[in-house]
Write a protein that binds this ligand. Structure first.
Ligand code: AMP
Ligand code: MG
Length: 499
């Protein structure tokens, strides 16, 4: 099938998804590109995957990332899936421009997919060209790696290459390919694909596959599909709480973009909030704000209900039984989310103990931030130092609020609450700094590095930003721009998926 030359570079592939029946995927090779060039290789991740960074950055390695050469043992395929896009059912989506090369086991014993995104047309491409352009590839590289550094479960970026092609979008852009690494690429939409076709056998196989891969403890349950559903619900509750706590807006929480493994996946028009407001939406295609910041938990819950629906045939003997099982599992989401979110909010404002009224205290700060146009990331980061200082030194925080006195009023209540805490100021500050990042991939910074790369073929701003994002919880000693909100003229109000 493959007309590509195979390569000597060593990937210890063991491809469990490729062993599933034919209807799970379309087996095909990437389409070659004319002139690949390496933009960046993630050395640390390569080593973690048991790969040799020197080999990978050699011309032969670059040919692999471009889809021009297949490493030995690769069994390239495009996965089939369906999904709800903005609430509308689409019975067939699938990898229209992504090709899974195979799976390797990393240094921690975790199985990881290695996928080329932008590798050419597949049977699932519909009207698309199967390609990716440079801007979105860089955005995904930057934001997914930033999320990893922030400690949020996410797919990773192993490499990015340009292809030497010009790809037509609103105008012609340089073509690029991202090598994405994931615990798996199985989505809610993968289950939907088979459920919609009434293919119970495939559902069972898919269930066994993800249980073996991600939730082995569910295999020991007396009802593995129910245990699987509960485990996915728990991971998503945890994940979305993490998003809320760092001001991350995914932007396209369609069911085909929700990972069964609980990783953040598919970085399209995603964005980190600058000024805090719960209704914030950046995505140009999200006209009704379905995926606004504050809606993310509700949407995750909705997506999980869709997963439960897809699993119904496996959940009980009778339909009533299955529905009861599904509802019980899905019903755990709000409580799990609230608990994770509240625990995170407590930590963000320096509370180690649990007291009644903590949620209200934190919510009042958020409300005050929303009313006063305060920067989300900077408010919490500066609060870390304020926690260790006397009230006279709140200046750094209060200036972030349109009406600084609104913050003062909240700070009085906050300090009162802090007196009930058993730890000293310095210890509290350190604990707060470990959860309130100083450096995030702000939209204007991401736009800047994209413009430099696309318009000026200059990748050094991208590399510099990657360096700053590598240790987000430390004060960045270099260029202070990386820790600053945008100036008014730099504010980015809309993001585009650019597919
Ligand atoms: P996304 O918005 O990236 O989650 O993609 C939604 C669907 O559109 C998936 O089935 C993708 O594979 C497909 N798709 C997106 N961009 C392209 C493209 N350039 N060519 C072919 N298919 C695409
Ligand atoms: Mg997608």
């Amino acid at each position: 099938m493959s007309t590509l030359q195979s390569a000597d570079t060593v990937f210890a592939f063991d491809n469990s998804y490729a062993r599933l029946p034919d209807r799970f995927s379309a087996k095909l090779s990437p389409s070659p590109v004319p002139a690949p060039r390496l933009i960046r290789l993630n050395d640390g991740l390569a080593r973690h995957l048991g790969l040799d960074p020197d080999e990978l950055s050699s011309p032969e390695g670059v040919e692999i990332f471009a889809g021009n050469r297949l490493p030995d043992g690769a069994e390239p395929l495009a996965m089939a899936y369906a999904g709800h896009q903005f609430g509308t059912w689409v019975p067939q989506l699938g990898d229209g421009r992504a090709i899974l090369l195979g799976e390797v086991i990393d240094r921690d014993g975790v199985r990881r997919d290695i996928q080329l995104k932008g590798a050419g047309r597949t049977p699932f491409s519909r009207r698309g060209d199967g390609r990716a352009v440079l801007g979105p590839v860089l955005r995904e590289y930057v934001v997914s790696e930033a999320m990893a550094a922030l400690g949020v479960p996410t797919t990773r970026a192993l490499a990015a290459v340009t292809t030497g092609e010009r790809i037509q979008r609103e105008r012609a852009f340089p073509g690029a390919i991202l090598t994405r690494v994931a615990r798996s690429h199985v989505r809610v939409g993968t289950f939907q694909f088979f459920a919609a076709r009434g293919d119970v056998e495939a559902l069972r196989l898919l269930c066994d596959h993800v249980i073996a891969r991600h939730y082995p403890e569910a295999a020991r349950s007396d009802r593995p599909p129910r245990a699987l559903l509960e485990a996915v619900v728990a991971r998503q509750a945890e994940l979305v709480a993490r998003w809320q706590l760092i001001g991350f807006i995914h932007g396209v929480m369609n069911t085909d973009n929700m990972s069964i493994a609980g990783e953040t996946i598919d970085y399209g028009p995603c964005a980190f909030m600058d000024t805090y407001h719960p209704d914030t939406v950046y995505s140009s295609i999200d006209q009704w704000g379905r995926y606004a910041y504050a809606n993310q938990p509700r949407i995750a819950h909705w997506n999980l209900a869709v997963l439960a629906q897809a699993l119904l045939s496996l959940l009980g003997e009778s339909e009533d039984d299955a529905v009861r099982e599904a509802e019980a599992a899905i019903g755990t989401f709000p409580g799990l989310f609230e608990a994770a979110y509240l625990a995170g909010l407590r930590a963000k404002i320096g509370l180690l103990e649990q007291r009644e009224g903590d949620m209200a205290l934190a919510q009042d700060l958020l409300e005050c931030m929303a009313e006063n146009g305060a920067d989300f990331t900077l408010t919490f980061r500066r609060l870390c130092d304020a926690a260790a200082a006397d009230p006279g030194s709140d200046e750094q925080v209060r200036t972030l609020f349109d009406d600084p006195e609104a913050f003062d009023a909240w700070a009085v209540r906050w300090r009162q609450r802090l007196t009930q805490e058993p730890v000293g100021d310095a210890e509290r500050r350190d604990a707060m700094r470990a959860v309130n990042p100083a450096v995030i991939p702000r939209n204007h910074l991401v736009e800047e590095i994209i413009a430099a790369a696309v318009d000026g073929e200059d990748f050094s701003p991208f590399d510099d930003l990657m360096t700053a994002l590598a240790s987000p919880y430390e004060d960045w000693a270099g260029d202070a721009r990386y820790c600053q909100p945008p100036r008014p003229e730099q504010v980015v109000r809309q993001t585009f998926c650019g597919t």
